[in-house]
Design a protein around this ligand. Sequence first.
Ligand code: 5AD
Ligand code: FES
Length: 348
Amino acid sequence: MMNLIDDLHKNKDLPDAQLKEIIESDECEQELFEKADGIRQSYYGTDIYIRGLIEFTNYCKNNCYYCGIRRENKKVKRYRLGKDEILSCCKQGYALGFRTFVLQGGEDGAFSDELICDIVSKIKTLYPDCAVTLSLGEKSHDSYNAYFKAGADRYLLRHETANAEHYRALHPDSMSLENRKKCLWDLKEIGYAVGSGFMVGSPYQTTECLIDDLRFLQELQPDMVGIGPYISHKNTPFSDHKNGDLHLCLRLIAIIRLMFPDALIPATTALGTIDKRGRELGLTAGANVVMPNLSPVNVRKQYELYDNKICVYEGAAQCRGCLENRVASVGYHMVTNIGNKNSAKKYV
Ligand code: 5AD
Ligand code: FES
């Protein structure tokens, strides 16, 4: 097993059969985490980047079987933030040291391209030293292009699963893996820094699906890779499925760090939800980004993608402070620079 870890480190790749062994076995897990942590340190030192997350709408036209804000969940109270509310989140975030704002939402037709462009360009005018990341789902090439021209720098769109059959099991027929991938290629071609990723332990996922995910990431070469455990939500068709496994998720973070040494990898909120120390463990397994919530507290509870999501009652300053302490507790330092992938520098 140690040889496999060394090979993965050296070659940034392994044949499927060996990847399967590392994914499935918890033997030598600590060594895997330490190796990944060392690589992260060699590129990023002890720096952990922060992104301010603004969940600006929980309306969504899609119906993904795993997601708590799916269209057919009639129990969720829907909300949209107005432009001024979004700008006020940015203002508060800027004062707290945030230099990246992530606007994340469901696929909500009420936000026209014009409105998105208007919001993006306003943020960029007010805070020219900040990056704007969008995470609004699948759009046309033209729409992505318009947002980019308006000043958006990065886009997050998890592929969710790169296995076509598995994709089918997680999504209704109105969605397709093919279009998902097309969106990611469009985003890259336009010039965005692209983040993709997947859920770990989603219903019907096999190790082969996870290997497909890693192979797809090798093709795509994204700047960011966001992964987190699947967590079931009571008002979805998957409410009876079990949650993803913390340790499997940590191993995948470490494997992704070894395969993509300078990638931006968040220790996600979902990781912090399945385990109190999940995000800290994520950092020690190779993650280098945290995403405190900047959304107004009165809407947070409604952006519930999965049950028991953390940070629902804490304000922006509280989340930032909480995460700063958590980051420090495992020996790293939260930094407030813009945190691009190309700020990765060799420390050794
Ligand atoms: N459990 C964990 N992650 C989820 N997401 C959506 N629903 C769930 C869930 N039940 C993730 C998806 C999406 C991201 C915003 O949240 O991967 O891309
Ligand atoms: Fe939100 Fe800890 S990060 S309360």
